[in-house]
Design a protein around this ligand. Structure first.
Ligand SMILES: [Mg+2]
Length: 356
């Protein structure tokens, strides 16, 4: 197997800011989000594409991803032996999940192309066309910009609003001025530091009447007792994101959340994502697939797991202007492979300017 990996800057259509990156009151945010793209190619010329969109929240970045990838011997990877390839990657380090994610996805893509099947079929899953609707995310911003963003997102039937700044009330009011009754998911990104502060915010949000659930109200290191206290009193369902990195975290969240948000860069790819969704479902929790700012490679990879979810938040590629790949579409939020440009594997193809 030979391979290359390249850093690529995804350009955001709108400046992006969330609570955990900036602290209360917001901050400068970012216009460009760096990812690392990977291409594997075997001796027969079969290719597999992968992507890493590391998050500093989990102590990874493109430098650490590339350091890990630099240690990988591609001759130890095979589209014919995914478990063996993953065991080799795990032997290199216990963490580096975002870096391993890129290779895991590329391996599934290549294995699917080799087998002449889409990745979801290799996993024993279907993909229910017409059933999977992604939310569209509105990052922290001034009320005026939030209102503009909500109007721009008019075709999307569900919104996700980032909260956790000093202007939360003004921001939700701005959203409601533009979309009075649209279903909204709220993501606090660990912003409310005590259970009392979190409960007060949840009661305020419940009064809106159209909030579906709230993601990660308190920090991931909040005590179990505080999280259970909050769940018992919360008027809205609570979803674990920063508290649920992979299937091994299930015991820590099953009694203190109603749902989990699974992201491939947290779990180490499609393999870990499948395990994290399955574990949560088997425990009776609702599931969502989420994303970072990502290209169509990572979004497609997650989409193949959509049949294991109750909710989708796969809009990372909708927020950028220079997606280097093409894959599933999301017209009016409806995720679909009907017009996917490739029949097998991830069902993605390179677009203009793809660096790998
Ligand atoms: Mg979140």
């Amino acid at each position: 197997m030979e391979w290359i990996f390249r850093r690529f800057g995804l350009r955001l259509a709108r400046r992006w800011t969330i609570a955990s990156r900036t602290g209360p009151g917001g901050g400068p945010g970012t216009d460009e989000f760096p990812v690392t793209l990977v291409r594997l190619r075997d001796a027969q010329g079969v290719e597999g594409f992968g992507e890493s969109a590391p998050s500093s929240r989990y102590a990874e970045n493109v430098d650490s991803v590339e350091r890990f990838l630099g240690r990988v011997d591609p001759s130890r990877l095979s589209f014919h032996d995914l478990p063996g390839s993953r065991a080799y990657l795990d032997s290199l380090s216990p963490g580096d999940f975002a870096a391993k994610c890129a290779i895991d996805i590329a391996l599934w893509d290549g294995a699917g192309r080799l087998a002449g099947r889409p990745v979801h079929a290799l996993l024993g899953l279907g993909f229910a066309e017409g059933r999977h609707v992604t939310s569209f995310s509105i990052g922290l911003d001034t009320p005026e910009i939030i209102q503009e963003k909500v109007l721009e997102a008019a075709s999307y039937p569900v919104l996700k609003l980032k909260l956790g700044s000093l202007s939360d009330r003004e921001n939700l009011a701005a959203l409601r001025a533009a979309a009075p009754v649209k279903p909204v998911r709220v993501d606090a990104n660990e912003a409310w530091k005590t259970k009392e502060e979190a409960l007060q915010a949840l009661e305020w949000l419940a009064a809106d009447g159209h909030i579906e659930f709230v993601e990660q109200p308190m920090p991931a290191n909040a005590t179990v007792a505080d999280r259970v206290w909050l769940k018992e009193r919360s008027p809205l369902p609570l979803m674990a994101d920063e508290s649920y990195r992979h299937a091994e975290d299930l015991a820590a969240v099953r009694d203190s959340f109603h749902a989990v948000n699974v992201k491939l860069v947290k779990t180490g790819g499609i393999t870990g994502g499948y395990a994290a969704l399955k574990a949560a479902r088997d425990a009776g929790l609702k599931t969502m697939l989420g994303c970072m700012i990502e290209s169509s490679v990572l979004i497609a990879a997650a989409a193949h797991l959509a049949d294991l979810t109750d909710f989708l938040d796969l809009d990372g590629n909708l927020l950028i202007t220079n997606d280097p790949f093409r894959g599933p579409t999301a017209r009016a939020g409806q995720l679909s492979f009907a017009d996917a440009p490739a029949p097998h594997g991830l069902r993605v193809v390179r677009g203009e300017g793809a660096p790998v």
